[in-house]
Design a binder for this molecule. Structure first.
Ligand SMILES: NC(=O)c1ccc[n+]([C@@H]2O[C@H](COP(=O)([O-])OP(=O)(O)OC[C@H]3O[C@@H](n4cnc5c(N)ncnc54)[C@H](O)[C@@H]3O)[C@@H](O)[C@H]2O)c1
Length: 436
């Protein structure tokens, strides 16, 4: 089966490489020449565990190739996936569909024989029908169907998520399209991955509803953590007590600095806009977004209070910059909201991240000093803020760290460490929603 993946970013590259691993002949296209040059030189432009081996193996087997050209691969394809970005549109919170529509226009001119065009990008309800209209207008003779196949992989665990998904959602309206998509995903029958076939609109909405629900769980537990601080409860115990209820589940009940990343912030905002456009209410998601913004502000306040009421003149080591561990993705990371606030109030920031510093250098204010080693980052600082719970921060030599610090304040925004242990080590320890 010939598959073309339009967009070779976090989703397109992982999906393309995984489809190749399933046995399809896959071509990943991207407009970014440097990305394609890197891929053709055997380099992976993003950090995603296991992706280098997967890409190398399938490229060597001749099942995976990379190009900037739609022609001739789109003409030879059975399935063309659109996996381009759908960022927030400046000014109004809508998903920006310019990249999706541009891809559709380019696909249209190269179609030949029956082809299924599949939206894998996260797109508002109605987008598949717009893609269909664009292709029909550009190429009235084309023989094609449009389908929706939203992607649920998580960065940092993207390959196992793709290879062992909780579900595959297929929005299809023709038997031919369904047959081809089922054939492509057939290797997942072995592990009995559920395949949900719906209409286009339902498939598009499953993705937004899922992300909004997960974001809501995070905002919910962050509000409960805040309440815990007022009443002397421990959010760990509360979350565990809740999560043991099978109807609730324990995942996404970790208090922290608020959600970030390439999906939850933009998808919650887009869902609110979709609802508004259709005259429907979406108040729970609106509250989720508000609570998330407030949580980041609360973290700035927490750091200020831990520093005795003012950040001015203080040097703070921030450990972890990405929105979660095991990715280099900095999009909408809480660090991008919290660090500039601290700098505005006169703090000096020393930053460290195992994979995110290349991107962070571009996105954070010039005053931030970046360090390749944690020991250097913490030297002479008044406080450490753990922003992202990378594994390498779990086993730090705290006795050595403390010796290098100017003061002993440790603010754990991910609740990774035990208060009693940190106090015994001599730190003044602060965390989120747990008794000090
Ligand atoms: N990143 C995730 O964890 C994740 C998970 C599930 C769904 N999604 C969704 O998948 C989509 C892609 O996200 P991403 O994180 O992979 O984005 P990304 O920015 O990493 O990748 C998008 C790629 O598309 C390329 N592109 C743009 N226009 C193009 C065109 N006309 N032709 C060819 N290439 C083009 C860009 O150069 C870029 O490399 C988004 O809608 C996102 O919401 C992302």
């Amino acid at each position: 089966m010939n598959v073309v993946m339009i967009g070779s970013g976090y989703v397109g590259l992982v999906s393309g490489a995984c489809f190749a691993e399933f046995g399809a002949a896959v071509t990943c296209i991207d407009v970014d020449q440097s990305k394609i040059d890197q891929l053709n030189a055997g380099k992976i432009p993003i950090y995603e565990p296991g992706l280098d081996d997967l890409v190398a193996r399938n490229a060597a087997a001749g099942r995976l190739q990379f190009t900037t050209e739609y022609d001739p691969v789109v003409g030879a394809a059975d399935l063309v996936f659109i996996a381009v970005g759908t960022p927030t549109r400046r000014g109004d919170g809508h998903a920006d569909l310019v990249y999706v529509y541009e891809a559709a226009r380019q696909i249209a001119t190269h179609l030949s024989g029956y082809t299924v065009i599949v939206d894998k990008s996260t797109v508002p309800v109605g987008t598949a029908r717009q893609v269909e209209r664009i292709i029909r207008e550009s190429n009235p003779a084309a023989d094609f169907d449009v389908a929706s196949n939203p992607e649920f992989l998580r960065e940092g665990a993207a390959i196992s998520d793709f290879m062992r998904p909780d579900r595959v959602v297929l929005g299809v309206e023709s038997e031919r399209a369904e047959k081809l998509l089922r054939e492509l995903y057939r290797p997942l029958n072995l592990i009995e991955a559920p395949v949900l076939v719906t209409n286009l609109e339902s498939a598009e909405l499953v993705k937004y509803a899922s992300n909004a629900f997960l974001a809501t769980k995070i905002s919910f537990i962050n509000e409960i953590a805040n309440l815990c601080e007022h009443v002397g409860a421990d959010v760990h115990a509360v979350a565990r007590g809740m999560g043991l209820d099978g109807r609730i589940g324990k995942k996404f009940l970790h208090a922290g600095p608020g959600y970030g990343g390439s999906c939850f912030p933009k998808d919650t905002t887009a869902l609110i806009r979709i609802a508004q456009e259709h005259g429907a209410s979406c108040r729970i998601v609106e509250a989720t977004v508000e609570v998330n913004a407030a949580q980041k502000a609360r973290m700035v306040k927490k750091i200020r209070e831990a520093l005795g009421g003012s950040e001015s003149g203080k040097t703070i080591a921030v450990l972890g910059l990405t929105f979660k561990p095991e990715t280099d993705d900095m999009r909408d990371s809480p660090s991008l909201a919290i660090i500039p606030n601290l700098i505005d109030k006169g703090a000096v920031i020393h930053a460290h991240d195992p994979q995110g510093m290349r991107e962070a250098r571009e996105q954070l204010p010039g005053q931030v000093k970046f360090f390749d080693h944690v020991h250097d980052a913490v030297t002479g600082v008044d406080a450490i803020v753990l922003m992202t719970e990378w594994n390498e921060y779990r086993g730090l030599d705290f006795i050595q760290l403390k010796k290098r610090m100017n003061d002993n304040v440790f603010i754990d925004l991910r609740n990774v460490y035990e208060s009693a242990v940190m106090k015994e080590l001599g730190f003044e320890y602060f965390c989120v929603g747990r008794p000090a």
